[in-house]
Design a protein around this ligand. Structure first.
Ligand code: NAG
Ligand code: NAG
Ligand code: NAG
Ligand code: NAG
Ligand code: NAG
Ligand code: NAG
Ligand code: NAG
Length: 384
């Protein structure tokens, strides 16, 4: 290990993604780079102790748990990243790119954060972040809401004070506010257009914080989401929450003076679940006994015998599970669910493919009282 003397690193070539090259001159000729760098993918020696070392710019996990890319220290500082641990047998640094308001990035795994993150923003601000494709073979951006806490909507479910808006892509993303840590969205690129994320906060002294991880997904990537899915889950089982779902009621009154709704209005999107080989159906169920409140008066009807409503009784706000069956094999008569109860936990399995949960919430939640949205879990079932 300590036999080597790397006197000088000169950056020869700088690539966004691919490989990094280090030109190194050694004043000792008794060294063996191959011994020291077993994971290097290429090595050429030019005469007396002079060589080029090349390593792959692969993803790495930095010391803070954030995902970075393996670059040379120089490349990392050139792109505004911070070195967080080492990679490529200590020749590279795990370069974590965390950028504040106003930045653009074409780097995979860029984290866009609020000013002075993780210190919250308490007043009015407007931040625009721009995602540029890192190459022409990129089709989607997966935006992970590592943490997104914005002001709650008004009592009618409108994001009046704070908004997170994503524009420029080929698919519509609903405007989001409130508590959304742990959520994610997939946004299709529209031709070569950039995707913009805009976060606006009002002057109200609420503590907001946001950290958005942006992953670029190549068109031929096996984990690409089916076109049009806003959310995409790829595990056998998981939990799907509506935006700003929370166990506590809105603390604001709605415009008719009743307890407000924290469910956001104007939501219309598909949640897709990747079918795992060997699995044929999917069961959707509430995650807790009161985790489905999407329409009507939650204070009056929660847990009541008529709490859940279906089909025609769900004209405005509802979720759809296509062609659901009861576990006794009977086809259920409708696939539209609303109200304050999702039918008996774990009786519904849908055989319809692909696995999609459609979420619809219109622009007027005024007649709704104390809705909180939904938290549903899904479990794929083995083929029988
Ligand atoms: C290799 O170089 C080191 C540092 O100059 C020196 O101390 C050592 O004796 C050398 N070893 C051989 C085998 O030449
Ligand atoms: C980009 O983010 C960095 C780090 O937060 C910040 O210092 C810089 O001002 C931002 N650049 C632009 C162009 O806004
Ligand atoms: C929005 O901000 C205003 C001004 O601070 C505040 O009075 C109001 O309560 C806020 N609305 C909500 C829904 O938080
Ligand atoms: C970006 O990074 C993610 C995870 O680190 C990876 O799955 C994806 O393939 C990368 N995208 C490209 C274009 O390399
Ligand atoms: C709310 O639910 C109750 C009980 O199921 C029902 O009688 C009433 O018609 C519903 N109201 C609306 C507006 O859906
Ligand atoms: C399945 O259960 C439902 C609800 O309990 C019932 O209406 C239906 O008749 C049952 N079907 C069969 C085939 O037993
Ligand atoms: C919203 O719904 C309420 C109650 O159903 C209704 O009175 C009101 O006119 C609607 N508002 C709009 C803008 O459609």
């Amino acid at each position: 290990m300590n036999k080597i003397f790397l006197v000088e690193f000169v950056l020869l070539c700088y690539l966004k993604a691919g490989t990094s090259f280090l030109y190194e001159r050694q004043d000792q000729s008794n060294t063996s780079i191959t011994e020291r760098q077993p994971r290097l993918i290429g090595l050429w020696s030019w005469g007396w102790g002079v060589g080029i070392v090349r390593f792959q710019n692969s993803a790495c996990t930095g010391e803070t748990g954030l995902v970075g890319t393996c670059y040379t220290r120089r490349q990392c500082s050139d792109i505004g990243g911070s070195a967080s641990g080492s990679c490529a047998s200590n020749i590279g640094v795990c370069c974590v790119l965390q950028l504040g308001c106003g930045n653009s990035s074409s780097y995979n795994n860029t984290y866009f954060v609020n000013t002075n993150y993780p210190t919250p923003v308490t007043g009015g601000s407007r931040c625009v972040y721009t995602i540029e494709k890192c190459n022409s073979d990129i089709c989607q951006a997966r935006i992970e809401f590592i943490s997104v806490t914005l002001a709650q909507p008004d009592g009618d479910g409108n994001c009046v004070n704070d908004t997170l808006t994503i524009r420029g892509g080929g698919s519509v993303v609903p405007v989001i506010c409130g508590e959304n840590s742990g959520q994610h969205v997939y946004v299709q690129f529209y031709e070569d257009q950039d995707i913009q994320i805009e976060v606006v906060t009002s002057t109200g002294t609420f503590s907001r914080i946001w950290n958005l991880r942006v992953m670029q997904i190549a068109c031929n990537c096996p984990t690409i989401a089916p076109s049009g899915c806003l959310m995409y889950y790829t595990s056998i089982s998981g939990i799907v929450n509506s935006f700003n779902y929370g166990s506590t009621e809105s603390s604001t009154l709605n415009s008719i003076g009743a307890t407000g709704t924290r469910q956001l209005v104007n939501q219309n999107y598909g949640v897709c679940v990747a079918m795992i080989p060997g699995y044929c159906s999917i069961i959707w169920s509430q995650t807790s006994y009161n985790s489905f409140t999407v329409s009507n008066d939650t204070e009056a009807y929660l847990f009541g015998s008529n709490a859940g409503t279906f089909g025609n009784e769900c004209p405005y706000d509802f979720v759809i599970v296509p062609a659901p069956y009861l576990t006794n094999g009977s086809l259920f008569y409708t696939d539209r669910f609303c109200g304050n109860y999702f039918p008996t936990v774990e009786i519904f399995s849908a055989f319809s493919k692909p696995f999609v949960l459609t979420v619809v919430n219109n622009g007027n939640d005024t007649a709704d009282v104390a809705n909180r949205g939904f938290s549903l879990s899904y479990t794929q079932q083995l083929c029988r």
